[in-house]
Design a protein around this ligand. Sequence first.
Ligand SMILES: [Zn+2]
Length: 275
Amino acid sequence: MRVPVLTYHGVNVAGDAYVGNDHVALAVDLRLISDAGLRIVPLSWVVQQLLGLAARDLDHCVALTCDDGSDYDYFDLDYPPHGRQRSFFNTLLDFRRERGFAAQPDLHLTSFVIASPAARREMDQRCLFGRDALRSNWWRSAQTSGLMSIENHSWDHNHPELSGNGPYGMPRGSFLDVNNHARADAEITAAARYIDGVIAPQRCSLFCYPFSHVSDYLRSDYLPNHQAEHGMLAAFGDGATPITFDSDRWNLPRYICGYHWKSPDELNDLLHAGT
Ligand SMILES: [Zn+2]
């Protein structure tokens, strides 16, 4: 198994060119991946394979993820001053209409969302446009569409723009400070339970580290030793290699659009190095 996992951000909109606009990039990349003869599969399949819970054929496969759970993942919305953006969800549907179901029968995108309603409201005001574009009202529809899964990107991202301290006196701005059991419960287990409440009867089971900050406490203690509490099966960082059977279950690598590749050619190189 050598599965590259690609990551997009719905709020990465700096124009309408491939570089700087993850919506434009995803639309191009779906076609590029298909033309390269690669299959897109759900991220959960890769984790199940890694953990010995499934034995599918995952040769020449790719998995897709997106982070932070803005409404731009699901709804077409304006992003001032760059205009209307085609949502990631609708970009998947566009691809299906253009190429047909058989082109990518397992087409799927995993969206890592921020749980806390208060944190989402505050980040919407301070980091976006105050248009209420970090909602949870689409999570269930996305999940039941079969084209997306909603997974865990922490309680509040411990984002630097949030007011006050984080849980248990944690300074804002770094996820490396999630370094004890109480903070980990507040950031990961509480987030999982909140997300589960929205997407029930589905449950989230994958975690993605905010800022790709992989705290040693989370990776080597909390996540492996407290699974009965948090229910996570695996966690994702930004290691920029394909997932193989040698990958660390609690720090699985991903490639970030705009960072690890900035053009279709660079993605093509990355995919061929990785399969
Ligand atoms: Zn994030």
